[in-house]
Design a protein around this ligand. Structure first.
Ligand SMILES: Cc1cc2nc3c(=O)[nH]c(=O)nc-3n(C[C@H](O)[C@H](O)[C@H](O)COP(=O)(O)O)c2cc1C
Ligand SMILES: C=C(O[C@@H]1CC(C(=O)O)=C[C@@H](OP(=O)(O)O)[C@H]1O)C(=O)O
Length: 362
């Protein structure tokens, strides 16, 4: 089944954007873990739609109910089921796309895959909304990792051509990452927030959209997580990150730009400090041979521009197989990047927790 993932912890995600509810079942979380419900709520609010002008205007509280696997403030060890009711569906805008499919969205592929039985309203099971249950699961995984001093944080590295500097890949303090998770628009240099937001709003005005890059770091991971070949840290995390709608790329460490370096520059030379092996640079992003080396894990996620835009676009009416055009109405994110930040972190937390369990570290 395509909406089930995991080896040591298993997550199963269900629901449609305009259906009754969406949710997740998480199996394999050990018993006795005290859950900080406020923390989960905070993570859910970071992603929730309708909170500002650069987001879709669909307002959802993304309040969750835990149905099972949680008793007297602690996990029971049995499946944790959580449900989030949809409260603000406006399906009228979607009547048109039943036949006239949106370029860049999953209307056409979904129609073919599910023989026309797919719930196309709001993008159905393809919707970015289905990342809310992922954030719920991620908030549990993050808490478990946080207790081991493992901290995940991200910043918006770019929106279109507007860029900010990368993380310092060798000296990265967890307080910077925690600070970023507390920001509504996580950039390292506050002046970049204004520039990026203005650009998003300009494109929204022009009935267009824009993408960008999220840079994520994880500090204090133990050495030795992940294994060759198919369970490398990069492959396990990439699987989850690419499951997020609108993701078009991921790179670790120096990523694609490592190809421009000579070996003498690309290699991360090593030294010992206080009994720990460290590297002078971190072009490999904290992973060697698919295994963590104790340096910060760094990766970048490319998010495409929101496909649903108001500009007139050429497309096809699949009911009559004729060329036509579409002018999409409705409530859409002019840029997905800010709301995808907690989703990327959640996916990373789930993947790393799964790998930690493999090493019997949890
Ligand atoms: C948090 C989040 C919000 C999104 N918001 C929208 C949106 O408002 N409108 C839209 O057309 N696509 C939105 N998307 C992207 C679509 O869901 C996605 O492009 C579509 O399912 C096709 O999948 P693909 O881009 O991975 O091929 C969003 C994605 C995420 C992760
Ligand atoms: C509701 C959310 O985002 C939605 C993601 C989305 C899409 O096509 O991915 C399309 C829009 O749906 P609707 O037309 O129903 O407003 C967004 O609002 C959410 O993320 O919770």
């Amino acid at each position: 089944m395509s909406s089930v993932w995991g080896k040591n912890i298993k997550i199963s995600i269900f629901g449609e954007s305009h259906g009754i509810a969406i949710g997740v079942v998480i199996d394999g979380i050990p018993p006795g873990i005290q859950l900080d419900i406020e923390y989960i709520n905070k993570e859910m609010k970071r992603r929730a739609p309708g909170r500002n002008k650069i987001s879709t205007s669909r307002k959802e509280g993304d309040n969750f109910e835990i149905l099972s696997g949680y008793f007297n403030g602690r996990t029971t060890g049995t499946p944790i089921a959580s449900i989030i009711y949809n409260t603000n569906q406006k399906s009228k805008d979607y009547e048109i796309i039943k036949n006239i499919v949106r370029p860049g969205h999953a209307d056409y592929t979904g129609y073919i895959k599910y023989s026309g039985f797919n719930d196309y309203r709001g993008g159905g099971h393809f919707s970015g909304r289905i990342t809310a249950p992922l954030v719920f699961a991620g908030a549990i995984a993050k808490q478990i990792l946080n207790k081991r001093n493992i901290v995940i944080g991200s910043h918006i590295k770019s929106i279109g051509n507007i860029e900010e500097d990368s993380f310092n890949m060798i000296n990265l303090d967890k307080s910077l990452l925690i600070n970023l998770t507390n920001k509504e628009f996580p950039v390292i240099e506050d002046e970049n927030e204004k520039r990026m937001k203005e650009y998003i709003l300009k494109l929204k005005e022009e009935k267009d959209s824009i993408g960008g890059i999220i840079e994520t770091a994880v500090v204090n991971l133990p050495v030795g997580i992940g294994s060759p070949f198919f369970d490398s840290v990069e492959s396990r995390l990439s699987h989850l990150i690419f499951s997020i709608p609108a993701v078009k790329g991921i790179e670790f460490g120096a990523g694609f730009s490592i190809t421009k370096l000579k070996g003498s520059m690309a290699n991360d030379e090593m030294y010992v400090e206080e009994g720990k092996v460290k590297t002078y640079s971190n072009n490999n992003g904290g992973v060697l041979g698919g295994i963590t080396n104790g340096m910060p894990l760094i990766f970048r996620t490319a998010i495409k521009p929101t496909p649903s835009i108001g500009t007139v676009q050429r497309t096809v009416d699949i009911s009559i197989m004729k060329n036509t055009s579409i002018e999409i109405k409705g409530r859409h994110d002019p840029c997905i990047v800010p709301r995808a930040v907690p989703v990327v972190e959640a996916a990373a937390a789930i993947g790393l927790l799964d790998l930690m369990m493999e090493n019997k570290l949890i």
